[in-house]
Design a protein around this ligand. Sequence first.
Ligand SMILES: [Zn+2]
Length: 396
Amino acid sequence: MKDRRIQLGIIFFIIFFIAISSIYNLRKESQTVNVSIEYKEKTLAEISRIRDQVVAIRELNITKNIDVRFVDKEWAIRNWAPRSTDVPEELKLRELFYKTTFLIDWNQSIVSLSQEWVGLFVAASSGYTLYINIDYFNPDSQYSRNVLAHELTHIIQYEHFRVNWPSCTDARNALAALVEGDAGLVQRLYCSYTKECEPSEPWTVDYNNLYLSFSAFPYIYGEIFVDYLYREGGWELVNAAYSKPPIDTYMVMYPKSYIEYLRSNVSYTPCVAEAKADLVDTMGAFYLYLVLSKMTNISYASLITKEWKSDKVVISRNGDTTDIKWTIEFQEDNAAQAFYETLRNYLASRAHVVHKESLNDTGYLMKIDNTTVIYNVLLESSNTVTINIKVTSKLL
Ligand SMILES: [Zn+2]
């Protein structure tokens, strides 16, 4: 396990706290960790050298000094991951949604999964501050150059583009894919121009860890997306994307649809809170794909996903009962039908089928410890599927 985590850590570099700062209160201990003078000097010299090369590649300047801070994995988890002692209500609702839609198992906790995720980073940046994780970062290794080229691109982005993180998960993931993909592409170009490193291996979906894969969306799809823009219109088009970023993961997965959006008059509609709901969100095509990958083979899952049009999650909690309503609209009726059947078959294989006498419609009932979950799946219209989930937890 440890080896695998280190390996993942080496593949990853995260600007994580920008993306999570809207959910968690960003804690920042000013006290960081001590490193040897040699380690510090080597790292600073590498940053200054690579900074000039990255600025030349990206054709955008960094005009201010970079504040470099050395931290370790424990520091990162303490400062950037949610704590098990004060879990925000929103996170609890999200955890329930992930469980009832099979992204994570019932015995998994989003707090420990988030801590695991935060613990993976090698280096991170926030504004002009560059954080180096001394547990993974070795200034003598070739790989440290990939990491620095990537992070220095984030500092360029900070100086030149104003990024407003949207309220919906899907739009946030899409914007993060632009930001991470840009940094990923610069890292790749840096290695191929200078021959000082090997470009990082592409990150792919881990079907055994769907939560990690969901979190890794910007790294899985971002670089392919930005590379598409770069080939279409060079840095000019990539820069233009920051003025009108992709609004859903579908556009990132199918970049042609993003170009159409960019040239259209359509704009982003934020997720709007509802009076009786505790959470309103859009999960997006990639979330649907991951959920489907658990229920059917991946080529069928991607066929259905390609027809995603929109979705909406509404969660309301009332005492020990939580109501979740997830509505998914498809571009094609066939895809809605296919999703409807795939989901019903999957539920039927895992839950008790409850007949019309006890519910308004055929439902599926699952019992997990002290929790009862009832699913009602409806083909709302020819292209829309609605999943109503009622979760009741009995406290001991
Ligand atoms: Zn990054």
